[in-house]
Design a protein around this ligand. Structure first.
Ligand code: ATP
Ligand code: MG
Length: 437
């Protein structure tokens, strides 16, 4: 169990905290389910809430009822000898004072406890003000408890899925660093708080990659394999699919060809990976580009592209060789992630516009397009230096596109991490920072 010491700053989670605050201040019983991937910050968030509100925290160590009752007795300060005795107290006595009860790693006991919660909720929720918060990892909770036939379906008053931090929060964490470096860190570690906290600020990116990934004892070595095998049964199949996507095989056909999985079966696997929030399906903003699958969190992308294929070399302690290979391709990889960051930042900036990437079957691509009622803004997001030939190419492809889509009114911008000039060939250059405000 990891608990945030008071001295460590707590980042973001404003939306989730305000939803939780609202729930715990209501004048009715609340059954809140907070779920999300491992290391995403469920425990830390519940701890933060308990700093502000009275309540108790129970860590569920296993599926043993006896162990659970021992821990619950200690946390609540009363002796319980049965689950029903415990829940009766929680609903009728503990809950009378608007107290919060957090059950962490709930999925470990949910098979036994959920049917009993269902019973007590139906019997006593109207007489109670209890705020019961269940924390759990994704798949079990979704499939067992809150599915249509699950015991907590229709009873949970709030279901909150915790996601990784967005780029803005990562920028806040590494505020002293230059934009380019923060983009690199985010491209490697994504938005998972635990991974970001492992980053040593005084060391270079290369040193951090080495320390975090490149030895059998490193904290993130085999992290994805571990994560998948704790959540899923047939984890090697999933690894193969993620590997395909990391290698740029992103359409259903390409992934199917790479993995030799038949499409209908592949779709089932992809759906589970979507539920786990590891991947998402993206469609072109306009037109008929074939939908593609992409990673939601950069960490998984980085890991599958650079670490997973190198596990045999890391086992043989060939870390220098692996690191050199990573460095060779890192810039190109980070460039792709920068496009993704731009898209997400632009979607927040341009309210009232539809924002997305564009691609079509003829091979045309635009990093980001914002459209609204016949108006369009095209963005080319670029990490390295921009020269005239980039401007000419950008103009060419967007003119063709504007014609094809019958857009008369359009503008073009380059977006860069940090700019050293204002425009090139009449195309204005925007700095990422300008879009963040
Ligand atoms: N909002 C936050 N601000 C700063 N640090 C955070 C935040 N959330 C989480 N962390 C850090 O990330 C680590 C992992 O978070 P936490 O243990 O809460 O994740 P979890 O979702 O409970 O993971 P698990 O499923 O493995 O129990 C914490 O030890 C803490 O250092
Ligand atoms: Mg936890």
């Amino acid at each position: 169990m990891s608990i945030i010491p008071v001295s460590i700053p707590f980042y973001d989670r404003k939306a989730e905290l305000s939803a939780l605050e609202e729930a715990v201040s209501s004048n009715r019983a609340e059954l809140i389910i907070l779920y999300g991937r491992r290391r995403i910050g469920k425990t830390a968030l519940s701890r933060k809430l308990l700093e502000q509100h009275p309540g108790a925290y129970v860590y569920v160590g296993s599926s043993s009822v006896r162990e659970f009752l021992t821990n619950a007795s200690r946390a609540v300060g009363r002796t319980f000898t049965s689950l029903d005795g415990f829940l009766e107290y929680v609903f009728l006595e503990f809950g009378r004072e608007n107290k919060i009860l957090v059950l962490d790693e709930y999925q470990r006991i949910s098979k036994k406890l959920s049917p009993r919660i269902q019973y007590h909720w139906d019997a006593s929720a109207r007489k109670s003000w209890v705020k019961l918060i269940l924390l759990g990892s994704t798949i079990e909770i979704i499939e067992r408890d809150i599915s249509y036939t699950g015991p907590l379906y229709g009873r949970a008053t709030r279901v909150i899925r915790l996601n990784g931090f967005d780029y803005e929060t990562v920028r806040e964490i590494f505020g002293e660093k230059r934009e380019e470096e923060i983009i690199k860190i985010y491209s490697i570690l994504g938005g998972t708080p635990h991974y970001l906290m492992l980053y040593e600020r005084t060391k270079t990116i290369e040193e951090n990659i080495r320390n975090m990934f490149l030895s059998p004892g490193a904290p993130l070595y085999e992290e994805v394999e571990r994560l998948l095998s704790t959540e899923l049964r047939d984890s090697s199949r999933y690894l193969e699919i993620l590997e395909a996507i990391s290698m740029g095989k992103t359409t259903l056909k390409e992934i199917s060809d790479y993995t030799s999985l038949e499409r209908s079966q592949l779709k089932k696997y992809l759906l589970i990976l979507e539920k786990l929030t590891l991947i998402e399906r993206e469609a072109s903003i306009i037109g008929k580009g074939i939908p593609r699958y992409k990673f939601r969190d950069n960490f998984f992308n980085f890991y599958m592209r650079f670490i997973h294929p190198n596990v045999p070399f890391i086992e043989l302690r060939q870390e220098e060789y692996v690191l050199n290979n990573i460095i060779k391709e890192l810039q190109q990889y980070v460039g792709r992630i920068f496009e993704k960051i731009c898209l997400s930042v632009l979607s927040k900036k341009f309210h009232g516009y539809k924002v997305g990437a564009y691609w079509d079957r003829e091979g045309n691509e635009v990093d980001a397009v914002a459209v609204s009622e016949g108006k369009a803004i095209f963005f080319e997001c670029k990490m390295g230096k921009i020269d005239r030939s980039d401007a000419i190419k950008f103009k060419g492809k967007t003119s063709v596109l504007a014609e094809k889509l019958n857009l008369k009114n359009f503008k073009r911008y380059f977006v860069v991490p940090e700019k050293d000039m204002d425009a090139i060939d009449d195309i204005e250059i925007l700095e990422l920072k300008q879009l963040l405000s």
